[in-house]
Design a protein around this ligand. Structure first.
Ligand code: 4AD
Ligand code: MG
Length: 434
């Protein structure tokens, strides 16, 4: 087993000479036989390649095993690299040895499957080329976020997941039985983030957030990955600028480093290079006007949903920024606009093409009495938020932050129709298995 193994991707990238001997290992992707020859397509994490097994070219035992091995059997193959225009990827392997590591049982995913069935066998469907490519892009998105934030001097912080109070309203809080008390799964690091920056000044987290979200939409899951930033001494404008720059950086990194994966998923990388700041920008009031001009009747003061957001990004090739939402529909921590007390200094970023909110940010309210008023108005008991209020009692400073739904960003970049496909094991109202 100390032999050197070649990744299939190295062969497809032309890194092996024609006629060179290689050893690969992976799983059988598909297989067919024709007149004493077996065409076995093998996959590993880097790609798929056709292995040609000819009777007489391999020991008899190897041929029998190759013939018997079903899809998804794990194998180790030794052979010679050959260029062949007809083979998928342009190369194939003329097999000399074919060793089956583990014979698979009949694989449950055949050609006719429903979306629901694929979710039932998610653990197996992850092996598909589609999911493998999505997971590679997803990994790059996380890597890009961390690299960008490090470069910009932010500390990564790990917030608690079991929390004592929520920041985004009681309706979507998941309750946890915590010994003889009630606790909640974190909806957002918000309350902790605002405390942490009084020490670190520039901080972010990449952590799961949970929402007991009953709506079955293509953009909601009950567990999502949340990239949240909080920073002392900055206002809304600088925070919005940071959100635009990090989104642009993510798109560029993925476009530079995941070209093959994006092309498989049908995403044109040139579109990603266009995602550069500044993004087009409108206020909530302007958005209402545009919606009405498009013939969509919406009551002033209502938050936007999927219909409104999709209408607003029609035809755009960059995400859309919407600012200054009405105070009364915003979470208690968003700062009132000093120029118009009915509005807040906040912004949402809606992904073009997708039409879903991917970022939600604001300057934070500095007036402790205003926070207490808004907490009460939204049905909260300020006592549950006392630790949070300490961030205003002891040396409060102007500060801002945002939260980005990373799964939605992956969905947008990979051009997926449902957020579930951006996540290896998605959690929805009706599904926690597997
Ligand atoms: O808009 P939200 O609820 O804002 C907050 O939680 C703030 N505390 C963030 C902050 O300022 N630190 O959530 C932020 C983002 C949304 O814009 C959306 O992209 C994503 O998180 N998100 C979800 N993604 C998938 N499924 C859900 N149920 C989501 N809820 C929010
Ligand atoms: Mg929001």
């Amino acid at each position: 087993m100390h032999d050197k193994w070649t990744k299939i991707g190295e062969i497809l990238d032309g890194k092996k000479e024609e006629g060179e001997k290689v050893r690969i290992r992976g799983w059988i992707y598909r297989s067919r036989s024709s007149g004493g020859i077996l065409f076995v397509v093998i996959r590993d994490s880097s790609g798929i390649i056709q292995a040609v097994v000819r009777k007489g070219n391999v020991p008899e035992e190897d041929f029998k095993n190759a013939e018997k091995a079903l899809i998804e059997s794990s194998v180790q193959v030794e052979g010679i690299v050959k260029k062949d225009e007809r083979a998928p990827g342009g190369y194939e392997i003329e097999v000399k040895r074919f060793n089956v590591v583990s014979f698979a049982e009949p694989f449950p995913i055949t050609e006719n499957y429903s979306e629901e069935f694929l979710l039932d066998v998610r653990h197996l469907w992850l092996r598909s080329q589609k999911m493998t490519n999505i997971l590679k892009v997803r990994s790059k998105v996380f890597e890009a976020i961390r690299d960008f934030m490090k470069k910009e001097g932010y500390y990564e912080v790990q917030p608690p997941i079991i929390t004592c109070a929520g920041s985004e309203g009681g309706a979507t809080l998941f309750e946890v039985k915590y010994f003889d008390r009630k606790a909640y799964l974190s909806q957002s690091w918000q309350l902790y983030g605002e405390s942490i920056i009084m020490a670190l000044e520039k901080a972010y987290c990449l952590a799961p957030s949970f929402r007991a979200e009953k709506s079955r939409t293509p953009r909601h899951v009950t567990e999502f990955w949340h990239f949240e930033v909080e920073e002392a001494w900055v206002g809304m404008e600088e925070m919005l600028n940071l959100a635009e720059r990090v989104l642009s950086y993510i798109c560029r990194r993925v476009a530079d480093e995941c070209k093959k994966e994006l092309s498989f998923l049908g995403r044109n990388v040139e579109d990603l290079y266009k995602i550069e700041p500044p993004f087009p920008r409108i206020t909530y009031d302007e958005a209402i006007k545009i919606l009405r001009e498009k013939g969509h009747e919406i009551e002033y003061g209502k938050d936007f949903g999927i219909i409104e957001e999709r209408l607003l990004v029609e035809g755009l090739d960059k995400p859309l920024v919407i600012t200054h939402y009405p105070k009364e529909i915003m979470a208690f921590y968003k700062k009132r606009d000093p120029n118009n007390p009915n509005l807040t200094l906040n912004f949402n970023i809606i992904a073009n093409e997708l039409g879903d909110e991917i970022v939600d940010g604001s300057e934070r309210e500095s007036d402790i009495n205003e926070i207490i008023r808004a907490l009460k108005a939204q049905g909260n008991d300020p006592k549950d938020f006392d630790f949070y209020l300490d961030s205003r009692r002891y040396g409060s400073v102007p500060h801002s932050g945002f939260g980005m739904g990373v799964d939605r960003v992956v969905m947008w970049i990979c051009k997926l129709k449902n957020i579930r496909d951006a996540i290896p094991f998605p959690r929805t109202v009706s599904r926690i298995y597997p």
